[in-house]
Design a protein around this ligand. Structure first.
Ligand code: M6R
Length: 621
């Protein structure tokens, strides 16, 4: 949601600030937005130059081509995902204050904006938009009018704001400075030479620098061409070590594929291999990426609760089967937004595992904080380095999927399952549930997965071909049992998100308890079939479920293990994936379903990378 970019450089006023900010906004398009805008600090000390437009970035680019902005020294830019007020030109960011001297952009929701707006209206302030953001702009202007620097003014207003926000502002009278602040919303700092950057995430400036600094909760940052000053809300300077981003700009490009999503599906063998790389030391101990939870605590836990949303929650559901089986610890998987509102039973003996690609999903952040307030240790499984969840958790295990740009999560899902499995293997070893040779065998099973995913990708044409014939379907059902169940849920979610087709995933055994009423002649049903080599009863039970829907006229499409010829008796078409131990199969069987959704959406002419109404990272509750 909302992309934010800021830039300041030491050169003479020119086009670089606008260029850097516009390319940063283009890179942040994946976050989801419905309007865009930019403000440039020029040689005019009374007014910043500004341009903004409803709709996609191309509208803003057109506007800038028709009405160019003057050369500048600093700039801020924004892609807005509407919350307060429709996605119009007027509500697009930046918003101006102090007669045009100040420009401000914002990600998040200022919860006390109505009271603040009323206060400002009483003072005679005129509002030009319906946004909560404009309130922050006028508050900033009031402080600057009182003689405060922009940075001091930012600190003053953040003390008055409630809710979630990343704010960036520029002042025409401080042409070599951009000021930012954050609470419950992301902002990272990029360190250049003679220039510095701000962005909602490092993707915004990765083509210019891979050296970055985190900005923590309730901190204010001022970037100038030669330096970065971080202060806490009271104005005390904070020293912080930079970190180096371990991927480069090419990782955030399409790499010859038509869409980011397709590229990311093809990145999956690498995402799993990288997530596994060098994780277990010679004593079988898991190498975390940050923080730690003492082994005595991990030995004493009596329950695990996974908190996550969407696809990340489905990774948790897959992980539950493995951790319970390997470690004999009960595992609950809770949608993060439901977690804290149901007064969950959490104690110091509950290990909370937060799974998030972005590390900025507000629902998951709030669940983590709630768990910590109850004294529970929290491990984060996160993809984005330095993100809020990674920072706030007691320990972090990064999924090394690289940047995931497409809104629909694919490679992050596989990397999340891999990381949860690593955690399960580690706990099993630590708690003495598995012997070293069993641990080694599980790790070998995981190590074999990337090559098998590659085989699924290399043999994917039949499912893509099927997808191209199904553009007119209105409903598609997905069934699975055991670990196949979350795979079915994920298959349905992908189809909904990308192709806007009604899709439902069900536990196959649940079918006859109601959902089978949906099945009529010609209804497409995808079934994730367990291996016949696994628990025999599981395979035959799902075969029975296939027969049940087939008997009612459904068209059945089965994802089955290579060599399972019996599947062909019950399916219109079978899509084979390589054989793997049962718990490893979700890492393979989900791939054809991802490709199915991708191809079907493309056949319908939809924007696969940025589906309608969705944001990549949901930073509001
Ligand atoms: O960044 P997160 O992993 O915390 O995001 C969680 C969900 O919002 C995300 O998985 C969402 O469901 C995706 N659109 C799924 O493709």
């Amino acid at each position: 949601m909302c992309g934010i970019v800021g830039y300041v450089g030491s050169g003479a006023p020119g086009g670089r600030p606008q260029g850097v900010v516009m390319s940063g906004l283009a890179r942040l398009e994946y976050r989801g937005y419905d309007s865009a805008g930019i403000a440039v600090v020029t040689e005019d000390t009374e007014r910043v130059a500004m341009s903004k437009k409803a709709g996609k970035l191309v509208n803003l680019e057109k506007e800038l081509a028709e009405r160019p902005l003057a050369p500048g020294t600093a700039a801020i830019g924004h892609t807005r995902w509407a919350t307060h007020g429709a996605p119009t030109d007027a509500n697009a960011h930046p918003h101006l204050a102090a007669g045009g001297r100040i420009a401000i952009i914002h990600n998040g929701i200022i919860e006390n904006f109505a009271a603040l707006r009323a206060e400002l209206l009483d003072e005679g302030v005129e509002f030009l938009s319906e946004t909560d953001t404009e309130v922050a702009g006028h508050l900033l202007a009031r402080e600057v009018d009182r003689g405060l620097s922009l940075a001091d003014a930012m600190r003053a207003i953040t003390r008055r704001l409630e809710g979630a926000f990343t704010l960036l502002a520029v002042d025409a009278r401080e042409p070599r400075s951009v000021v930012g602040a954050r609470r419950n919303s992301p902002l990272v700092i990029g360190l250049g030479e003679g220039e510095n950057f701000l962005g909602s995430d490092v993707v915004a400036f990765i083509e210019h620098t891979r050296d970055a600094l985190e900005l923590h909760q309730d901190e204010v940052v001022e970037i100038t061409p030669d330096g970065v000053t971080i202060t806490d809300i009271r104005g005390l300077v904070v020293e912080r070590e930079p970190y180096h981003v371990d991927w480069d700009a090419s990782a955030a490009q399409k790499g010859g594929f038509a869409t980011f999503m397709e590229k990311e599906i093809h990145d999956q063998p690498t995402a799993v291999a990288d997530t596994l790389r060098g994780r277990i030391d010679e004593h079988g101990r898991l190498q975390l990426d940050g923080g730690m939870i003492h082994e005595t605590i991990l030995n004493s836990i009596d329950k695990i609760i996974v908190v996550a949303c969407g696809t990340a929650a489905y990774a948790g559901l897959v992980g539950r089967y493995a951790i319970e089986h390997w470690c004999r610890i009960p595992v609950e998987v809770e949608l993060a937004h439901e977690f804290r509102y149901r007064d969950p039973v959490v104690s110091v003996r509950t290990l909370v595992v937060a799974i998030s690609q972005s590390g900025e999903t507000m629902d998951t952040i709030m669940a983590v904080r709630h768990a910590q307030q109850q004294g529970a240790p929290v491990i984060a499984i996160v993809n984005s380095q330095g993100s809020t969840i990674a920072r706030e958790a007691d320990a972090v295990l990064y999924t090394r999927a690289g940047p995931e740009i497409a809104v629909a999560s694919t490679k992050a899902f596989l990397a999340q399952i891999t990381a949860v499995y690593l955690l399960g293997i580690y706990l099993a070893e630590l708690r003495g549930n598995k012997f070293p040779d069993e641990i080694e065998s599980l790790l070998d099973q995981l190590d074999a997965i990337p090559a098998k995913i590659q085989r699924v990708l290399d043999t994917s044409e039949p499912i893509r071909e099927l997808a191209r014939t199904m553009a007119n379907e209105r409903t598609v059902l997905f069934l699975g049992r055991h670990v196949g169940c979350p795979v079915a849920l994920e298959g349905a979610l992908k189809l909904k998100e990308l192709a806007y087709i009604h899709a439902e995933g069900f536990a196959a055994g649940e079918l006859k308890h109601g959902p089978i009423a949906l099945v009529e002649e010609g209804q497409p049903v995808f079934i994730v079939l367990p291996s016949p080599r696994g628990r025999e009863s599981l395979h035959s039970k799902v075969i029975s479920n296939v027969q049940e829907v087939r008997a009612r006229g459904a068209r059945t499409f089965v994802i089955a293990e290579e060599g399972d010829k019996e599947a062909e008796n019950y399916a219109e078409q079978v899509f084979y994936v390589p054989s793997a131990p049962v718990l490893m199969t979700p890492l393979l069987s989900v791939v054809p379903l991802q490709l199915f959704a991708l191809e079907l959406a493309a056949a319908k002419g939809y924007d696969v990378d940025q589906p309608r109404n969705l944001a990549k990272s949901v930073t509001v509750e």
